[in-house]
Design a protein around this ligand. Structure first.
Ligand SMILES: N[C@@H](CCC[C@H](N)C(=O)O)C(=O)O
Length: 311
């Protein structure tokens, strides 16, 4: 690992949300310029610290994307500057933002009593995060189907070839707001046989190719039940993340998975979902928005694991 002088000597913190893991880089005054190769070096699991991505902790006023967020949400003091392990930027990270808020609390940068919330800037806009005991609920904002009503009616708008599975599958694109493609599989056995890798001959192919890339979720709907008097659906999921590879969880991906299965289920499909991932379990809730659309909420845990000083 070669860490540039920009990060050498910095104390970083590692953490995860359902085992989707991150390195937090404190940079409150926006003094750091982190090159893509620095991100790759830190995230390298063999020669670096090892993580699915980094979360730079910076004040919104210190970063151009944060200044835009502040115009809409002046209370968003802190900005989650998320980078995938390959150094690329993404609009939003649903697991990362819970870990980010947990870090803000642990570092004494916010006071967040149980039941209260904090607004955090992201490249996808401002997001309100509410503490619920040891868990956090994120208002992930509005969601949409890039393929529109036609994709909803047909149930898919892209054809995906996934090595390890027998033949092409229909995928439904979901924006939350980062891009996802959700593919349904009939059973958990086929979920296990799929190859999920970003590069080389075993990488999935898409027709049409998503212009901004995509995260890919393979889902197996596991049925519906009732919880506290409300219908709740359950989904098992594996995910191949854009800019990372297969991860043990993806928060925006769990939202996309629940939203796709709910779309396929049609009217009367639950608004509450349990999504089971290799790294644990999260909950996804859908509510009507004031403008006629819908908002999606993600609830799950966050952990901090270590402080690391880079040499
Ligand atoms: N793991 C994240 C999503 C991170 C961004 C994604 N790889 C992308 O490029 O869109 C999550 O928990 O949502």
């Amino acid at each position: 690992m070669t860490i540039s002088h920009a990060l050498a000597g910095t104390t970083l913190t590692t953490g995860h949300g359902t085992e989707n893991d991150f390195v937090l880089v404190p940079d409150p005054d926006g003094a750091l310029t982190i090159a893509p190769e620095d991100v790759r070096a830190v995230c390298d699991r063999h020669a670096g610290v090892g993580a699915d991505g980094i979360l730079r902790v910076v004040r919104s006023r210190e970063i151009t994307a944060g200044a835009e967020v502040l115009r809409e949400s002046p209370e968003a003091e802190w900005f989650m500057d998320y980078r995938n392990a390959d150094g690329s930027y993404a609009e939003m990270c649903g697991n990362g933002i819970r870990v980010f808020v947990h870090y803000l609390r642990a570092a004494g940068l916010v006071d967040l009593p149980d039941g209260e919330s904090v607004v955090v800037g992201t490249r996808g806009g401002a997001r309100r995060v509410t503490r619920e005991g040891e868990q956090y609920t994120v208002d992930m904002g509005t969601w949409w189907l890039p393929g529109g009503a036609r994709a909803a009616a047909e149930g898919h708008d892209v054809v995906v070839e996934i090595p390890g599975l027998d033949g092409p599958r229909g995928g439904l694109r979901v924006a939350v707001p980062n891009p996802h493609t959700v593919v349904a599989l009939p059973d958990e056995a086929s979920l296990g046989t799929a190859h999920l890798t970003l590069d080389g001959p075993l990488a999935p192919t898409y027709e049409p190719v998503p212009p901004e890339g995509t995260n890919l979720e393979l889902v197996v709907p596991l049925g519906e039940g009732v919880q506290d008097g409300a219908p709740v659906g359950t989904v098992r999921m594996r995910v191949l993340e854009r800019g990372v590879g297969e991860t043990r969880s993806c928060g925006t991906g769990t939202c996309a998975a629940a939203l796709a299965v709910r779309t396929w289920g049609g009217t009367g499909s639950p608004n509450l979902w349990r999504v089971l991932v290799p790294g644990g379990e999260v909950r996804v809730r859908v509510e009507p928005d004031t403008d006629g659309g819908e908002r999606v909420f993600l609830t799950g845990p966050a952990e901090l694991t270590a402080d690391v000083v880079l040499r």
